[in-house]
Design a protein around this ligand. Structure first.
Ligand code: AMP
Ligand code: ZN
Length: 116
């Protein structure tokens, strides 16, 4: 838990959010500024600055996060068409330095973005 981390405050319940799923290790809630019709953040309860640090710290937390991504994609109706984004570093667009997955769906990504 980091006092000045927004996602730690959401995890602890100090800040309200549009919660979609929770487990012992992870939570999922809607992004406050959605970039697609479905835009959900899946966040480990453990504070680590990015996904690589989470992987190094706990494979159990990492596995739980991916299981929740799958659960959220199913529940949101985008299991067959979604994009998973992890930003690492300000240069990649990371603004909150608590690891999180963006689950994006509800739009055709095949002609968007970087050709990825
Ligand atoms: P990133 O740029 O990868 O660090 O992603 C951070 C995301 O958190 C952005 O897409 C923001 O829109 C989102 N965000 C910021 N504050 C909140 C909040 N209070 N509740 C939900 N999402 C938020
Ligand atoms: Zn945090």
């Amino acid at each position: 838990m980091s006092e000045d981390c927004l996602f730690c405050r959401i995890v602890s319940g100090a800040l309200p959010t549009d919660l979609l799923a929770e487990s012992e290790r992870s939570i999922a809630f809607r992004d406050i500024s959605p970039q697609a019709p479905v835009h959900v953040l899946v966040v480990p309860r453990r504070h680590e600055p990015n996904i690589g640090a989470l992987a190094a710290a706990s494979s159990d937390d990492l596995a739980d996060l991916f299981a929740m991504v799958s659960q959220v994609a199913q529940a949101q109706g985008v299991a067959q068409n979604h994009r998973l984004v992890f930003n690492t570093g300000a240069g990649a667009g990371q603004t909150i330095f608590h690891a999180h997955a963006h689950v994006l769906g509800g739009v055709d990504f095949s002609d968007h973005g970087l050709g990825l």
